[in-house]
Design a protein around this ligand. Structure first.
Ligand code: SAM
Length: 510
């Protein structure tokens, strides 16, 4: 199975297309109705649609919506695999009884992990709701499980609160060394309640996404229920916490989200942590960027578009007589990675097709079927007229197919950056306001900044999500490269690099 993929789409459809028993671990943190403003985070079309989907008819509808997805997850899990379903008081009881017990079987219930945290919580005449539940089920008894340990002191301290500290001192206040066995000094078996702080608003992990989960939680789950090289799936990936941690822990991964923004934010998060040896990955959006396709490696493009068209590409780099692939009926396909294809291309193709397989050629003419296909970005008038002439005069049908008829294409957003020089700060550094302005027919979703851009290392965002496109920074004397990316509602992006020289005043180079 193709791994290390970020996929845009409704997870139900994507899961249905995945192989049975192919995944080692699934973590899911599905959204639940609480209040619309809080829950609709990205605000893009995909997310709003999914919100309406799952909450059309109350809790029963929600459970049915989630259940059919968990059924698919069960199918694609390996017999040694496990699932960790993250939820809270809104639906935890329904999810355990109506979904997990029924699909995985109550006998495969392993733990209800309580993630407890401290945060300001509202509520009248109730205890503060300061925990989530993570249900851990395995597919069989023979499941991957690496025992995790936790520090004894931490465990005891948490468990008995002040008592440990009090009993750890004698009457004069001197510390009494506690006796521990070797086993105990390594730690004790991890409990099923996890005291992991939520990410503080200014924490380095925070990407500006309210339901983002701490990496420490995912670290425990992934280390415990998978091994290096295993495949970890998050079908509700959000800001990509699971994917970022799985990548760091040398697991393979697949992330799915219905929001183009979630997919792009996860991609930027991976770029931020990428190292020289990070594994390559692919991002599957719904629209393809014209420029990226048009200037892609020619052979790669030809093979890819032939496949998207439902054909089989040539294995050889150089096509036979300019033929780049065949349809399922064997009819030849030629790919031109350019616009405005002229009459001569059609004429040359006609001769090539005839020589390529004379029998098939004659058969297709007799059956009034196309003798071949030319795929290109666009066709000129000469080519269109020539195809009409061949059909009328010689009964030869050559089909001209534009790339856009095969895959949806859009133009990437445009971007410009304005620089406003402000006064110096208290340390004498130059203060600058950077204002990025993007334009796209699809609408701009967010900007992302790399204040120490290095072309060799690639884009490594200092700030992943900036909805406004405005940044105030202080720069020391010297040269600075700043890159800003703009992302539109289709998930297409563009980047602009600003080179600045600070020497008393601000000078923009190039
Ligand atoms: C609670 S968030 C996940 C947060 C994530 N665990 C993190 O740490 O950032 C839920 C995500 O599920 C996505 N989602 C909702 N319905 C979906 C569906 N049917 N298919 C795929 N993704 C979906 C939403 O777009 C949202 O990003």
């Amino acid at each position: 199975m193709e791994v290390n993929r970020l996929i845009l789409g409704d997870n139900l459809e994507i899961l249905k297309g995945m192989e049975t028993e192919s995944v080692d671990l699934i973590y899911l943190d599905p959204p639940f109705f609480s209040n619309r403003n809080y829950e609709v985070i990205w605000g893009d079309a995909g997310e709003v649609r999914s919100f309406q989907d799952r909450w059309a008819g109350g809790i029963d509808h929600y459970i049915a919506w989630l259940k059919e997805r968990v059924e698919e997850m069960y199918r694609i899990l390996k017999p040694t695999g496990s699932i960790f379903l993250h939820c809270d008081w809104h639906a935890d009881a329904y999810i355990r009884v109506e979904i997990l017990d029924r699909i995985f079987g109550a006998n495969n219930f392993r733990n209800e992990i309580i993630w407890c945290y401290k945060k300001w919580a509202v509520g009248n005449k109730i205890f503060c709701r300061n925990h989530d539940s993570i249900f851990f089920y395995s597919k069989s008894d023979n499941y991957t499980y690496n025992q995790l340990l936790q520090q004894r002191a931490e465990a005891t301290l948490k468990r008995f609160g002040n008592q440990v500290i009090v009993s750890g001192f004698d009457k004069e206040g001197k510390r009494i060394p506690s006796k521990t066995t070797n086993e105990e000094s390594k730690g004790v078996k991890m409990y099923d309640w996890w005291d992991v702080p939520i990410i503080p608003p200014s924490g380095h992990e925070r990407i500006g996404y309210p339901t983002q989960k701490p990496e420490a939680l995912l670290e425990r789950i992934i280390k415990c229920a998978s091994n290096e090289g295993d495949i970890v799936l998050d079908p509700f990936m959000g800001g990509g916490t699971t994917i970022a941690v799985a990548e760091r822990l040398n697991r393979q991964w697949i992330g799915i989200d219905q929001s183009a923004m979630a997919v792009k934010v996860t991609e930027l998060r991976l770029q931020k942590q990428a190292e020289l040896f990070s594994a390559p990955y692919t991002v599957q959006l719904h629209k393809y960027d014209y420029d990226t396709l048009r200037y892609k490696d020619a052979f790669q493009f030809e093979a890819w578009i032939v496949q998207q068209f439902g054909g089989t590409p040539n294995a050889k780099q150089r096509g036979d007589m300019g033929i780049d692939g065949k349809t399922s009926d064997g009819a030849p396909i030629q790919v031109k990675r350019s616009d405005n294809i002229g009459r001569n291309v059609v004429d040359n193709f006609k001769s090539a097709v005839e020589r390529f397989d004379k029998n098939l050629f004659e058969k297709n003419i007799a059956a009034k079927k196309p003798v071949g296909y030319i795929i290109a970005f666009s066709f000129g008038r000469g080519a269109i007229e020539e195809v009409a002439r061949l059909k009328n005069r010689e009964d030869r049908i050559i089909k001209l197919v534009t790339v856009e008829e095969i895959v949806p294409i859009a133009t990437k957003p445009a971007i410009g950056v304005h620089i406003n020089e402000l006064e110096k700060d208290e340390k004498g550094n130059r203060k600058i306001e950077l204002v990025a302005v993007g334009q796209s027919a699809a609408g701009i979703e967010f900007y992302s900044w790399d204040f120490m851009y290095d072309a060799e290392k690639g884009f490594k965002p200092s700030i992943i999500i900036d909805k406004e496109g405005k940044q105030l920074i202080s720069l020391k004397t010297g040269a600075h490269n700043i890159a800003v990316k703009v992302v539109d509602n289709d998930g297409l992006e563009n980047v602009e690099v600003v080179k600045l020289k600070i020497n008393g005043a601000v000078e923009q180079i190039e």
